[in-house]
Ligand binder design. Structure first.
Ligand code: B16
Ligand code: MG
Length: 229
């Protein structure tokens, strides 16, 4: 196995840009329309989870709503997406999180392939707004996978397309479900957030400004060396 990993697979919301906050505000608005209150702590479990699964978890807070017909659930999910699209209207290059573009540039310098592994149907639109599309060799969004995070499929789909073995991939995630998906794919997992949420990550940083290429690579190499012992 070569020294460097062959691919980096980035989560979008909460890693490349803080649209995680816009998802929260959009769900909060929809929940309020239904007479349900959600807070940031509850929102942690919605990160990385599909739109419909998120809606189900919110409706479960008011059991009388769980029996809604599926076309009514579709309408509510679409309504949340309308709130979200309004909030992301102004997203632009200033919304790239600190350290991300430097890391993408380091990947390019070292001929490491780059993919996006997002549970969002809006992923391509957001990457375009951020002006980052040219970095990506492949984008996996919700339309390409049958099983969302925490299933590994989002990450294995990206690696399969790139023709890279899973153990030579590094995945970066801000969500518990996402770290679980990366670990399930037998890739090296980088978590962005708290040890409380992301304690299972192979390498953990508190925010994206701490995503230093050399340090991630050193830790990746150490883990690979340990695995070979
Ligand atoms: P959409 P990621 C995920 O994106 C978000 O973390 C999650 O909160 C959201 O519900 C999901 O995308 C679906 O997004 O409604 O735009 O299809 O973190 O996997 O990039
Ligand atoms: Mg995320």
């Amino acid at each position: 196995m070569s020294q460097y990993p062959k691919a980096f697979i980035y989560d979008l919301d909460g890693v490349i840009t803080d649209t995680a906050e816009f998802h929260f505000l959009a769900w909060k608005k929809l929940a309020e329309e239904l007479g349900i209150t959600i807070d940031r702590q509850f929102n942690e479990q919605l990160k990385g989870i599909s739109r419909m699964e998120s809606l189900e978890r919110i409706l479960a807070l008011k059991p009388s709503l769980l029996a809604l017909a599926s076309d009514e659930k579709d309408r509510l999910a679409n309504q949340k997406n309308s709130h979200y699209l309004e909030l992301v209207e102004t997203v632009n290059t200033d919304d790239i999180l600190p350290g991300i573009e430097q890391l993408l540039q380091k990947n390019k310098e070292h001929q490491i392939k780059i993919a996006l592994g997002s549970a969002s149907n809006n992923a391509k639109n957001i990457v375009d707004k951020l002006g980052l599309a040219h970095y990506f060799d492949y984008i996996v969004d919700a339309s390409q996978v049958k099983k969302g995070k925490p299933d590994p499929e989002t990450f294995t789909t990206a690696a399969d397309f790139l023709g890279v073995s899973y153990e030579e991939c590094i995945g970066i995630e801000d969500a518990e479900a996402g770290v679980e998906a990366i670990n399930g794919a037998m890739m090296f997992s980088v978590g962005v957030g708290s040890a409380e949420q992301l304690g299972k990550a192979d390498y953990l940083v508190v925010d994206t400004s701490q995503l230093i290429f050399g340090e991630i690579i050193n830790c990746y190499k150490e883990k690979r060396a340990r695995n070979r012992e």
